[in-house]
Design a protein around this ligand. Structure first.
Ligand code: NAD
Length: 476
């Protein structure tokens, strides 16, 4: 971590906010209202484990209630503290506004190393934490809806939903109290992959923006681009896998807690992930060079750098040495405010966190809507869509039977065309549309305003303007 004077994570977010808000014409009162975090609840609770009471500290921070419910993940990590959850809650407000999901921003965290506990212990701890938040309406389908984040996943979300339903037995919308649940516990297809999938869609859209690519000094397509990923967890794994399998990028570096793997010919993401599952880290993985100092690999030559682990990893200490011309912030806050300035001066293009990792909250929104409507997407329309397609295919087959016209249907066309969209296809389509639309809004400001030189400022301008409009509509 940085040894030079570095602002805290929350100060970093505020500095970036201030840079953008200076370009907007808001009253100082409204500016302050949007910037500050409304409330942070700290809870300390005890759980009896291994014959003794263990005390845990958790937080749930609500940044902005201009729209409700408020939304944001719950993180399990030893690094969790008030400053961090408040920074993450603020980012959630801006993220939701940018991708137009109708939520305020929130975030939660529990100061715990989940790897030190077995599944049963984690369930006891999670249920107790959830109990503390539920009884104060800090988990509630209409008010505050958590999701997974670092150190948590669908298993924890299922425990939280179940805890809520045990406590609020008559709430018919109980499943909507949390998102990121497993499919058989009210989840939605495509939520687990959503944040990584969103990173892929964001990069695809960036590569459709010639002016943006020119600013990064990149040419061509994603195919063959050398990519380094930090953190092969939920977000990093899905992003790396989809980009390698579907867009032909070369994952040349993977940085994890126990060092980094490097292979200029490209790493097999699935094989590395499977090695990590059975060995607990990347060390010892064959077919790559292992470097004990993982962070140094952030500075390796590559086309695209994807920090997907945690905040503050690109800071005043290493920013100058970063060689990637394009960084996509899959994690929240991986670049500090100081490093952001250094990188911008060097001409590095940064696709900011509040946009890059918004796929998670976008699909969480779809899941919440599904839970409130109590019906799976596609259930009503799929077969009807298929039967309309049948009509067209039958007509085409009738015409192609006419030898005089001399044309036939391409092989595979009929099967592909006939298949109506299921939930996964609809979720991916909704996510793709969201990522494209949000990028285009940022791009237009970035390329058209002389006083906006980067995508982050552009993203903040859009978000702050939308939150301000929402407050104004309420008469504030
Ligand atoms: P995760 O716990 O699934 O994965 C994190 C990965 O990073 C793990 O593999 C871990 O071993 C690795 N890691 C941790 N510290 C590291 C270090 N110092 N160096 C290298 N690797 C390290 O977490 P996640 O859900 O993938 O979240 C990662 C980031 O993405 C976080 O910043 C989170 O806030 C953000 N995010 C997650 C989601 C989501 O849907 N899960 C949504 C939006 C943003």
């Amino acid at each position: 971590m940085a040894t030079l004077k570095e602002p805290s994570f929350r100060e970093s977010v505020d500095l970036m906010f201030n840079r953008a808000v200076a370009l907007l014409d808001l009253s100082p009162g409204l500016e302050e209202k949007i910037r500050v975090c409304n409330s942070t609840y700290t809870v300390r609770f005890g759980v009896r484990l291994r014959g003794q009471i263990h005390t845990f500290t958790g937080y749930r921070s609500v940044h902005s209630e201009h729209m409700e419910p408020v939304k944001g993940g719950i993180r399990y990590s030893m690094g969790v503290n008030q400053d961090e959850v408040e920074a993450l809650a603020a980012l959630m407000t801006y993220k939701c506004a940018l991708v137009e999901v109708p939520y305020g921003g929130s975030k939660g965290g529990l100061c715990i190393d989940p790897r030190q506990y077995d599944e049963h212990e984690l369930e006891l701890i999670t249920r107790r934490f959830a109990y503390e938040l539920i009884k104060r309406d800090l988990i509630n389908p209409a008010q505050n809806v958590p999701a997974p984040d670092m150190g948590t996943g669908e298993r924890e979300m299922a425990w939280i939903a179940d805890q809520y339903k045990r406590m609020k037995t008559t709430d018919i919308n109980g499943n909507a109290c949390v998102t990121g649940k497993p499919i058989n516990a009210g989840g939605i297809q495509g939520r687990t992959e959503a944040t990584g999938r969103g990173v892929q869609f964001a990069l695809r859209e960036f590569f459709r923006d010639p002016e943006g690519m020119k600013k990064a000094g990149l040419t061509g397509s994603l195919e063959g681009k050398r990519v380094i990923v930090q953190g092969l967890g939920n977000v990093g794994y899905h992003a790396a896998r989809f980009l390698a399998e579907e867009d032909g990028v070369l994952i040349t570096g993977i940085i994890e807690r126990d060092g980094a793997l490097f292979n200029p010919k490209g790493l097999d993401v699935e094989a590395v992930a499977s090695w990590m599952r059975s060995h607990g880290g990347v060390s010892g993985y064959p077919d790559a060079t292992h470097t004990a100092s993982g962070a140094a690999v952030l500075e390796e030559d590559c086309d695209i750098l994807i920090p997907a682990a945690m905040e503050g990893v690109i800071n005043l200490d290493n920013a100058e040495r970063i060689k990637a011309p394009l960084i996509i912030e899959a994690a929240n806050g991986p670049i500090t405010a100081g490093a952001d300035e250094i990188l911008r001066d060097k001409g590095v293009v940064i696709i900011p966190d509040m946009y890059a990792n918004a796929g998670g909250v976008t699909v969480s929104y779809f899941e919440w809507v599904k839970n409130l409507s109590h019906i799976r997407f596609g259930r009503m329309g799929r077969r009807q869509e298929e039967s309309r397609h049948h009509l067209i295919v039958e007509e085409l087959e009738r015409l192609s039977a006419d030898k005089q016209l001399g044309w036939t249907l391409s092989p595979g066309f009929k099967d592909k065309y006939l298949r109506g969209a299921g939930e996964l296809e609809l979720v991916r389509s909704g996510l793709d549309d969201t990522m494209r639309t949000a990028y285009q809004a940022m791009r237009d400001i970035w390329h058209s305003r002389d006083d906006v030189h980067d995508l982050r400022t552009s993203a903040y301008i859009i978000s702050i303007s939308r939150v301000a409009a929402s407050y104004r509509a309420k008469g504030l």
